[in-house]
Each structure stands twice: as structure tokens, then as C-alpha cells.
Ligand binder design. Structure first.
Ligand SMILES: Cc1ncc(C[n+]2csc(CCOP(=O)(O)OP(=O)(O)O)c2C)c(N)n1
Ligand SMILES: CC(=O)[C@@H](O)[C@H](O)COP(=O)(O)O
Ligand SMILES: [Mg+2]
Length: 589
């Protein structure tokens, strides 16, 4: 048989194929994804699991006229390849390459930009209502995973859709796992449905959806006939499909957590290509994960909470050691925050670990449930700053700005792994305010795990290097870039550590000493640390030259963290040039 995938450049080519050829196409598409992700990296298991579903959906529905909306979008590689991006797929997630998620500006087939989960039902319903109002005859299909449908937002969408007559099909891609195994009562319910042992009425029928399934999501003829049938059914419909995450690559099926996004691997065997980790510093997530266990051993009030990221946050170490005190609550950031608030009212010490970007989901809970009541919740915000290849949807660059304006909240960014450990130690000694501790993706510095903890004074900055003329004030791990940038420049460097409260005593000293001040943060310039320093200088009448370095007021695309830092002039070479120019300017003025 000819190579079928080779013949597909536009979707019409797919629709010309005979239905009996589609399993062969599925095989080729799977191999294509495996071969490229093996070397270029990215999300793997989810896309492998929906190869047949992807083909069937595009075969049956008239996309892009009919609107197909992927939830999260990490499973949409097959969709991208079939809809005109086969030849650019090599550039997936790389600087100036295509995005790892559906993106409206990239293709008319990408009907809705995604990356954060559980938005597909609301977005599809919005489109379906718009079609009705415009008198258009279209189908609207949301494809959502079993972990994503358990999120509050997905339920809000179902709740609304069930009282409309919108032409909406929700396809539940049930593989019983998110990044980590799915959790909660809904997971138990779906398992019972699959085993035929559920006693209760069908939840989705109870919400007025026309429910069908569960069906085998790898059986293309079955998928096609069911989708064809559902095309003729009016109103909200629900199709429950069962798939295997990682389907078609044995290793990925066997270790679905690891192969969610495995890094480089051997495309034939699936074997991971081990990175040499000889004396590599630990990842920040592991510094958090190991430290919380260490502290929890001595302090039984400590609780760990993660919304669906036990592996990514490394809270899994605590979940293994203290299962009754560490909770994976599923994709439920809002619930995670308010759960922590409730625990704090009862004297527990909740460490609520959320990726910086996903805390955006729970902004009101941070303000209304935590800060307003001044509850001592400890937010550990992982993946703060630029995260790299996940791109604009995932960069944790807004947190300093969005937390900055919340009363009572202390905002701290450790400059290294030791500072992260020491702050975690400090806060569990007892605080009477909420605190956000934000740290980046990736590795920091080598640490001596036996070094005794040292309490950190809240609101105190520190001079790291004494020089003259210019004071550089950094926040968090930008300290390292500054350190590398200024080795020969003779300027001063301060780790201000706290965005809030500012170390005003230290700032007065600095403004009385130096001709110019430069602030550096890996967060948005608008509303962040630098703007706090500008406001401080203004309200105290300091007239020094101040430069604010940080993330520009635009969405930052995908690329390696280093490439993106270069583009934002936050890498050590750019900082070095900046300070050299500033010194020249000061000397000439
Ligand atoms: C709001 C939000 N929280 C967390 C994540 C991180 N995340 C990405 S994929 C995923 C699991 C999704 O599981 P599921 O919906 O079952 O899809 P599958 O990977 O199984 O295809 C999670 C937790 C996210 N993208 N958005
Ligand atoms: C799609 C998604 O949201 C996650 O898979 C995310 O890519 C995880 O990021 P980390 O790789 O930083 O854990
Ligand atoms: Mg799943």
C-alpha cells in the first residue's frame, strides 16, 4: 500500500480515502508523531491515544466549517499534522516554530487557543450559540479528557449546555489518567460505567445530554458510524470513548506518566535517552518535594496540596510518605486554594503547590478566601518565569504583578535552592499572613541537603556584591544571571528577595548611595517588582536614573528558556551590555 500520510496535504485528501484504509493511516500517523517527538520532544502519550479519534472526527465532520475544539491541546499533534502542518511539525514547540497547542493564528482548523484545561465545553457552547443566532448550520465538537472534565469549569459548561438546544457534541476521551492517574469521585463513576457496574443514573443524561458509549476509541469503523449517527441527533450530545494513553508505543502504554512528555527517546524501542546527570543540581520542584517531606516529618500540621500535578510539583514524594496529609485534588485550582484556606482556619499549615500559570485560575480564591481573611496559606508557585517550549499559555510571568496588588500577601522569590528550603522552613515555624513563594522550572544550584535550615527574616533584602555607581536589584533566580553579568563591572548587586513587602530601609540606603538603579525580574514589567521600585522612588522623591528590566508587555511565544531570556534581554550577556551602556552614559553625563 502506498504511504497514505504522504498523500495527505489538506484535509480533503483524507476525505478521499476509503474508510477501510483509515487504520493504515492511523498507523502511519502514529509513527510520524513518534519519530518527530522522539528527537524534538514534546507531549507524546495524549496524541498517540487519540490518533483514531482524530482521523474519525475529521473524516466525518466538515472541518473547519464544523468547529472542533480540543481541550488542553496537548493531544492535538495528529490534528495539526492532518490539517496542513505535516511539513512544519518538525518545528513543533521550537523558537519561531509551530505551537505545541492549537492556536487560532496558526490555522483555521485551530478554532480555539488552548493550553490550560477544561475550557473546551464552554468555548464550543459559545460557538454553537453563535451559530444558532447567526442562523448557521454547523456542528460543534469539544474533545475533553477524563481529568479535564472533572474541573469546575467543565462542569459549568455542561450545566449550561444541558438547558440549551445548541448543536454541541462533547467527546469524552477517557483514558483514566491525566498527567498522573485521574482522581476523585467522577473518576470512580467513569470506571463503574466502563465496567457496567454503576448503580446511579447516567450523570450526563441527568444533565440533559444525549449520552452514548462507552465505545472503543481505537476502533475507527465504530467511531465513524457513531459520529455519523450523532451528526443527525439534535441538541447537546455526549460521546464517551475509551482510549489508551500512549497507544502504539509499548513503553508509553506501560509508563503513561513518564511518557506524557518524555523528553528524547529511541523511536523504535521507546527507550528514554538518559541525560547524564552527573552532579547536576536538583530541579526546583524536587527541592520543594524533598523539603516538604523533611519538614513534615517533624511538623505534623504540614499538609501538601496539588491540583493534578503530583509529579510535576514533586508533591508525590509527600503523597507516598504521608498519604493522609498530601492531596492531589485533580484539575481544580480554585478548590485547591479554598481547601487550603479552610485547613488554615483550623490551624493546619497548608503548602498549596500550584504552577504559577495555573494559579491564574484561582485569583479570586487567593484574594477572597485567603488574603482578605489573612489566612496563613503557603503558596508554592512552581514554573514561575519563562517556562520554555510550552510557550505563551504556560509562562509564569504574570504572578508578581497579579499578586503584587493583594493586601496581606507576602510575595517572595528565592534566589536559589537554599533560599527556597530556608523559606519553606521559616513559614512552617508559624506565620500570621499568607505567602507566595515563586520559583522557576528546571534546575538551580547544587545544595548540601545536610546544611541546617536558617530562618529568613520577612521583608529583608541582601547585598550580594558591593560595588559603586550602579545598584542592581534582582528578584528570585535572576540573581544568577546578574552575578554572571557583572563579574568585571564593579557595580553592586542586591537580592531584594521580597516583592512585597519591600525592604524600604535597604532601599533608602541604596537610593542614597548610587547614581543609578536597575531592577531585574523574570515577570512582566507592567505591575511587577520594578514598578514597585519606581513607585517607592517617586513617593520618596528620589531622582536617580532607574531602569526596569523584565518581560515586555506582550505574550511571549515558545522556545528554550535561554532563547526566550535572550529575546527579553534577561540573559547574562544582555544584562552585561545593558549595564556597560549605563556606565558609559553615567560617565558621560
Ligand atoms: C488549568 C490547568 N491545570 C493543569 C494543567 C496541566 N495539565 C495539562 S494536561 C493535564 C492532564 C489532562 O488529562 P486529561 O484531560 O485526562 O487528558 P489526557 O492527557 O489524558 O489526554 C494537566 C493536569 C493544565 N493544562 N491546565
Ligand atoms: C499540557 C500541560 O499543561 C502540561 O503537560 C505541561 O506541559 C507540564 O509542564 P511541565 O513540563 O513544566 O511539567
Ligand atoms: Mg485522560
Amino acid at each position: 500500500m502506498d504511504n497514505l500520510l504522504k498523500q495527505i496535504n489538506i484535509l480533503d485528501d483524507l476525505r478521499q480515502l476509503k474508510a477501510e484504509d483509515l487504520p493504515q493511516l492511523a498507523k502511519e500517523l502514529r509513527e510520524f508523531i513518534i519519530n518527530i517527538v522522539a528527537t524534538k520532544e514534546g507531549h507524546l502519550g495524549a496524541s498517540l491515544g487519540v490518533v483514531e479519534l482524530t482521523i474519525a472526527l475529521h473524516y466525518v465532520f466538515d472541518t473547519p466549517k464544523d468547529l472542533l475544539i480540543w481541550d488542553v491541546g496537548h493531544q492535538a499533534y495528529g490534528h495539526k499534522i492532518l490539517t496542513g502542518r505535516k511539513n512544519t511539525f518538525e518545528s513543533n514547540r521550537q523558537l519561531h516554530g509551530i505551537s505545541g497547542f492549537p492556536k487560532r493564528s496558526e490555522s483555521e482548523y485551530d478554532t480555539f487557543g488552548v493550553g490550560h484545561s477544561s475550557t473546551s465545553i464552554s468555548a464550543a457552547l459559545g460557538m454553537a450559540i453563535a451559530s444558532q443566532l447567526k442562523g448557521e448550520d454547523k456542528h460543534h465538537i469539544a474533545v475533553i479528557g477524563d481529568a479535564s472534565i472533572a474541573s469546575g469549569m467543565a462542569f459549568e459548561g455542561l450545566n449550561h449546555a444541558g438547558v440549551t438546544d445548541a448543536n454541541l457534541l462533547v467527546v469524552l476521551n477517557d483514558n483514566a489518567i491525566g498527567i498522573d492517574p485521574s482522581v476523585g469521585a467522577l473518576k470512580q463513576y467513569l470506571t463503574n460505567v466502563k465496567k457496567g457496574t454503576q448503580k446511579q443514573d447516567n450523570i450526563f443524561e441527568a444533565l440533559n445530554f444525549n449520552y452514548s458509549g462507552p465505545i472503543d476509541g481505537h476502533d475507527i469503523p465504530l467511531l465513524i458510524s457513531e459520529l455519523e449517527r450523532l451528526k443527525t441527533v439534535k441538541g447537546p450530545k455526549f460521546l464517551h470513548v475509551i482510549t489508551t494513553k500512549g497507544k502504539g508505543l509499548k513503553k508509553a502504554e506501560e509508563d503513561q506518566v513518564k511518557y506524557h512528555a518524555p523528553g528524547k527517546f529511541n523511536a523504535l524501542t521507546g527507550e528514554l535517552i538518559a541525560k547524564s546527570n552527573l552532579s547536576e543540581p536538583p530541579k526546583y520542584q524536587d527541592v520543594f518535594g524533598e523539603t516538604i517531606v523533611e519538614l513534615a516529618e517533624k511538623n505534623e500540621k504540614i499538609i501538601g496540596i496539588t491540583p493534578a500535578m503530583p509529579t510535576g510539583s514533586s508533591l508525590k514524594y509527600m503523597m507516598e510518605k504521608f498519604p493522609s496529609r498530601a492531596f492531589d485534588v485533580g484539575i481544580a485550582e480554585q478548590h485547591a486554594v479554598t481547601l487550603a484556606a479552610g485547613m488554615a482556619t483550623q490551624g493546619l499549615i497548608p503548602f498549596c503547590n500550584i504552577y504559577s500559570t495555573f494559579l491564574q485560575r484561582a485569583y479570586d480564591q487567593v484574594i477572597h478566601d485567603v488574603a482578605l481573611q489573612n489566612l496563613p496559606v503557603i503558596f508554592c508557585l512552581d514554573r514561575a518565569g519563562l517556562v520554555g517550549e510550552d510557550g505563551a499559555t504556560h509562562h509564569g510571568v504574570f504572578d508578581l504583578a497579579y499578586l503584587n496588588c493583594i493586601p496581606n500577601l507576602v510575595v517572595f522569590a528565592p534566589r536559589d535552592a537554599v533560599a527556597l528550603r530556608n523559606m519553606m522552613y521559616t513559614v512552617q515555624l508559624g506565620i500570621d499572613f499568607p505567602i507566595a513563594i515563586r520559583y522557576p522550572r528546571g534546575r538551580g544550584n547544587l545544595i548540601n541537603w545536610k546544611q541546617p535550615f536558617k530562618a529568613i527574616e520577612i521583608g529583608k533584602g541582601e547585598c550580594l556584591k558591593q560595588g559603586k555607581d550602579v545598584a542592581i536589584l534582582s528578584i528570585g533566580t535572576m540573581a544568577k544571571n546578574v552575578e554572571d553579568a557583572i563579574t568585571n563591572l564593579g557595580v553592586s548587586h542586591y537580592d531584594m528577595a521580597f516583592v512585597k513587602p519591600l525592604d524600604e530601609a535597604l532601599l533608602h540606603k541604596i537610593f542614597k548611595t548610587y547614581q543609578a538603579v536597575v531592577t531585574i525580574e523574570d515577570g512582566t514589567i507592567v505591575g511587577g517588582f520594578g514598578s514597585n521600585i519606581l513607585a517607592f522612588a517617586n513617593s520618596n522623591g528620589y531622582k536617580q536614573h532607574i531602569e526596569v528590566l523584565g518581560i515586555a508587555d506582550k505574550f511571549i511565544e515558545h522556545g528554550s528558556i535561554h532563547q526566550l531570556q535572550q529575546l527579553q534581554h534577561l540573559d547574562s550577556v544582555s544584562i552585561n551590555h545593558k549595564i556597560e551602556h549605563l556606565l558609559t552614559f553615567l560617565n558621560n553625563s
